[in-house]
Structure formats: structure tokens, C-alpha cells
Design a protein around this ligand. Structure first.
Ligand code: DP6
Length: 330
């Protein structure tokens, strides 16, 4: 009769250089490295209770008990930690998302990062952040990057070596940087990134170009981060996202995550940049929402401009976020 608790908050991250494609689906090993910015505005709080009285795992999300199949998926992830702890005990997982779930705002990133940290604490494993990033990765690839704050690179690693594919912070983003999220649709997406990236690999002739484009973009963006060169940072970010989305459009059958209002947002960003001189650049993930990389010092003025197209509640201001941290256990 014993209970051990882990309780963590982890932020989400938005990729500036996208992860799009796995070379090993079982281990979530990616085709390319990727690079992200952790954001403060979206996060997941997850409490894990290891309870020797339980005969199975339980999982609630936002207070609602999850289905058998969703719990099974999470149980498989928990098995990684049970294995490391040499434990057979079951867990009670309570997760609360402070992000519109599965709307392309990367809720799986904060979710598996928070869960990895809470499991580490509850099973008393004392794993370091790098090891935790390799474990979080096996819940959802992008979660590996949410183990750190600021700018984070997830290394693709080598062959089938799971330990070699980890994330690390490459710089804090403690300068004039922000991200304005334009929420086009906060409903659950129809085609998950997992399915979308696999379909793209299988059927898009443009995918062959993707790994080499990522290599080039990574080199450029890492230099831009070093130099605090916002213009290059933004240009490479926007171009990389457009190239990723071009691979999906060229899939067969064609796939796009864009909604008509996404195009309105992309064009507004371009016009605010070219006509009004705002330093703003767009990126998109596996959903219709548009994220605008901008200057912290310009975000209020930029947001005002976007009110001609969008409602105030569609515009969410986000700033660089921190690494996961423990929450008080009462
Ligand atoms: C477009 O990490 O959600 O947001 O590993 O299958 O869970 P799985 O996919 P996921 O994919 C994220 C794709 C992306 C780009 C990115 O975040 O790098």
C-alpha cells in the first residue's frame, strides 16, 4: 500500500524548422533534425500517482476519463518508465491542457513532456533532461523538444540508436522575440501529424527534397540565432514551413492542413511585413492555425493590425517559455 506522486508543468513548442517524417516509427526516430521555440502561453500540467492498489492504469484529460484505446497508448508510454524502474505498479494520470487540444498547437508536445517528467519523479528515476527527451520522443516526436526552454534542437541521431536522438537547448530566447498565434480553428484536427507525415513520405515526390532543405535551413537558422539576426531567423522559418506544406500538397491524394482563413492570415502577415514594415513571419503545423514569429516590442501593434481580419479571441500572444518545472504536491 504505497503511493508516490509526480507533478509537472511543461510548455509546448513550435518548430521553426519542422520535423516531418520518421525513419523508424516504433522508436519515433526522425528523418531530419528540427529546431523549435518553447512558448510560455501553452502548457500541460500532469500529475502521476503510482499506486500499488491499482490493477490497471487510469488516465483523465481535463477531468474526463479517457477511452480504453487512448489509455492503452499512454500505458505503452508508461511501460518505458516502469521498465526502467523495475516496477509493475499501475498509475493514475491526471492531465490538464492549457492549450486547444490537437488544433495544431502541438498539445502532444507539452503533454508527453509533462508526463515524462512526472513519471520520472513518481518512479524516482532521477533521469536527466537529455535522457527524458529521448523518452518523451517515444510518446510524440515534438515532445522531445519541450524538455527545454528557449531555442531547442532535436538531433536526428544515428541509425536505430534511440539514445542518439535527443533534444538540447541551443540558446535562451531572451531577446526581442515573440509569437502571435492566430487561432483559425481550435477543433481536433482530422488528419494527425503522424498519419499526414507518413502519407507524405509514401506518396509525395517532393518529399525526396525535404531532408536536404532541412539541412540547409538548420545551418542558416542556427547562425541567425547566434547572431540575433531576426530577419534571417524569420525568413528561414517561413520558408521552411512553406516547403513542408508543399510536400503535403504534392502527396497523392493531396493533403493540406490549410483552411481558407489560413491563407487570409498568411497574406496579412506578408502584407504587414512588405507594406507596413513589421518584422513578422508565418509558420504553420499540422492544422489550420497560423503562428506569427514577431518582435516582442511590436506584438501589440501587430495584433491590432490583425483585428481587421480576426476577432480578438483568435489572437493569442506568446513569449519564449521555460523548461518543465515541478508543481507543488499537496
Ligand atoms: C508539423 O510530434 O505531433 O508539428 O511524432 O507522430 O507524434 P508524432 O508527431 P508530432 O509531429 C509534429 C509535426 C509538426 C512539426 C514539428 O513540430 O516539428
Amino acid at each position: 500500500m504505497s503511493k508516490k506522486i509526480g507533478y509537472y508543468r511543461a510548455n509546448t513548442n513550435i518548430a521553426l524548422i519542422k520535423y516531418w517524417g520518421k525513419r523508424n516509427k516504433e522508436l519515433f526516430l526522425p528523418m531530419t533534425s528540427s529546431l523549435s521555440l518553447t512558448l510560455d502561453a501553452f502548457y500541460t500540467d500532469t500529475k502521476v500517482t503510482v499506486d500499488s492498489n491499482l490493477s490497471q492504469d487510469y488516465f483523465t484529460l481535463d477531468g474526463i476519463a479517457q477511452s480504453y484505446s487512448d489509455t492503452q497508448k499512454v500505458s505503452k508510454f508508461v511501460d518505458l518508465f516502469r521498465h526502467l524502474a523495475g516496477s509493475q505498479e499501475h498509475v493514475y494520470i491526471e492531465s490538464v491542457n492549457h492549450v486547444p487540444t490537437a488544433a495544431g498547437l502541438a498539445s502532444s508536445a507539452s503533454a508527453f513532456s509533462a508526463l515524462a517528467c512526472a513519471l520520472n519523479q513518481a518512479f524516482n528515476l532521477n533521469l536527466d533532461q537529455r535522457t527524458l527527451s529521448t523518452l518523451a520522443r517515444q510518446g510524440s516526436g515534438s515532445a522531445s523538444r519541450s524538455l527545454f526552454g528557449g531555442f531547442v534542437e532535436w538531433h536526428k541521431g544515428e541509425g536505430d540508436n534511440s539514445d542518439s536522438s535527443y533534444a538540447e537547448q541551443i540558446a535562451d530566447a531572451d531577446w526581442d522575440i515573440a509569437m502571435l498565434v492566430i487561432v483559425i480553428n481550435d477543433q481536433k484536427k482530422k488528419i494527425s501529424s503522424r498519419v499526414g507525415m507518413e502519407h507524405t513520405i509514401q506518396t509525395s515526390p517532393f518529399f525526396a527534397l525535404w531532408p536536404q532543405e532541412v539541412e540547409k535551413d538548420l545551418a542558416l537558422i542556427k547562425q541567425a540565432i547566434k547572431d540575433k539576426d531576426f530577419k534571417t531567423l524569420g525568413e528561414v522559418t517561413e520558408h521552411n514551413a512553406m516547403k513542408m506544406h508543399a510536400t503535403t500538397i504534392a502527396a497523392n491524394p493531396s493533403l493540406t492542413y490549410w483552411a481558407p482563413a489560413s491563407i487570409t492570415a498568411l497574406q496579412a502577415v506578408q502584407s504587414l511585413r512588405e507594406d507596413l514594415g513589421f518584422e513578422c513571419y508565418a509558420t504553420m503545423d499540422a492544422g489550420p492555425n497560423v503562428k506569427v514569429l514577431c518582435r516582442k516590442s511590436e506584438i501589440d501593434a501587430l495584433s491590432k493590425q490583425l483585428l481587421t481580419h480576426f476577432k480578438p479571441e483568435q489572437l493569442i500572444k506568446a513569449f519564449p517559455g521555460e523548461a518543465p518545472r515541478p508543481l507543488p504536491i499537496d
